[in-house]
Design a protein around this ligand. Sequence first.
Ligand SMILES: C[S@@+](CC[C@H](N)C(=O)[O-])C[C@H]1O[C@@H](n2cnc3c(N)ncnc32)[C@H](O)[C@@H]1O
Ligand code: SF4
Ligand code: SF4
Length: 477
Amino acid sequence: MNDNEKNYILRFNKIYSVNEAHPPWRKNLQFGDVNTVWTGLDNSSIDKMERNNILKGAIGQHRWWMSLLPGGIYTTTKMFGGKYLLRCAWNMLSAYFKTSLYLNKKYGFDAFKKFLETKIFVPVGEGAGAAFYFISSPIIRRFPILAPFPRWVEIEVTTVCNKKCTHCEHTHWGQTQEQRHLTIEEYKHIIDQFDLTWVHTTGEGSSFLNKDFFKIMAENRRRNIPHYFVDHFDDLNDEQMETILNYDIAGIYISIDGASPVTYNPVRIGCDFNRVVKNIRKFIDKKMEKRLLLPELNFRMVVTNENVHEMPLFVELIKSFGGKRELGGGARLDFVGVLNFDENEQKFVHTISYEIYKETIDKAKTCDFNVILSHIEPSQNPPSSQCICWLEPYILMGGDVIPCCTVLMSNNREYLHANAFGNLFKQSFKDIWNSPRYKEFRRIINDDSKQVPGFCVNCRAYDNTKRAIRNGIRWDL
Ligand SMILES: C[S@@+](CC[C@H](N)C(=O)[O-])C[C@H]1O[C@@H](n2cnc3c(N)ncnc32)[C@H](O)[C@@H]1O
Ligand code: SF4
Ligand code: SF4
């Protein structure tokens, strides 16, 4: 028996010794499977992986100061190097300076201030700059009592969708989930409880199906709250394009899970690659005609076994849409790992080949938008002691408050609703945030010597495996 096999058996036994701790919503997996690359691999794959890891050593170096960085920025810096991080930071700084002046001129000082606050204080998520946390996050993680009262929130504005993307939990919900839209009155009730400097409205559904979505955009514009959302751009019509442009939406993340129709169409069922590309080009033309700086156009590819080989091609696809001028200087291309659950488990990418990384990185360095890698491979994830996602609550349809958006896409909505910290239609957010249970969650989340909160078991963005094996799990949190 060679060392790899011994390691495998040791690891395997360790994982299975905590079988009783598997997350209640996972039927087929045992706890730990998701965050380790060892389980179920035969010798030849272990050899292949060893080779891969050795090669990747050349591009995946951890340095001590990287422990200061949150999730996606950590992985990107590890894989692309510190120089790339500095280049992205500079791109963003110069772009945001211009955009804040543009907003000041068009909407006044309040819009200017809130946009800058988005870039400085919003910790994670679409369009967040998080500048403040590069310095303060070690202190906040050590003393969570210092965590700022959120002025940033993610709100689910619909749970209705007319597509059937094979990797999305919405497709696998069955009849158990209530599918409906958030009304403008409900939306106002939620945002009235915060003094927001950023909002991300999305959810498990397609926002444009909500007839109040334009009212939501208008309300955010009226309050000068920088507004970000995610959409697939498959059925966006001219009128919708014009409205988005008229409201100066801060940023859009366009989901395209492939770089060719052959790969994209079978995954994004109901969408059409060529139509999406046409709509994006049309939208950019309109934005250029009107000489607008906003919205910033970002792109997201959910990396699965079906499309991982197209990562380098995806960089080229986005490059074909334009650069700083067309997309915005802070624009991002996010490669995100598929958030996995029982029904999409076979799509999960355990390890990405050195060759794909290398080609993607080389291509990315020739673009003037910023390429970010977020939880695309479990072995690259930082430990949960580095997480600051909990600073940004997520409001599920119906008002239930959960700690972050990463817990979504685990096809366990019942668990999330049942274990939410509170409901915004029954209590104020202030009371929920200051409740003993939420406080206790914040107290232990970054402390490696403590148990893993139940919400964070099976987190696909941070690695909790070793910690859970060592300290166990607090299912009450
Ligand atoms: C749930 S969708 C809602 C917005 C819109 N319907 C869309 O597809 O862009 C929000 C984002 O989640 C992504 N997504 C869907 N399934 C996912 C999964 N299993 N893991 C990670 N992201 C996923 C989508 O690609 C999209 O970027
Ligand atoms: S990814 Fe978006 S479009 Fe696709 S099924 Fe999910 S919510 Fe609908
Ligand atoms: S599930 Fe927990 S560890 Fe993972 S991102 Fe959310 S708060 Fe952080």
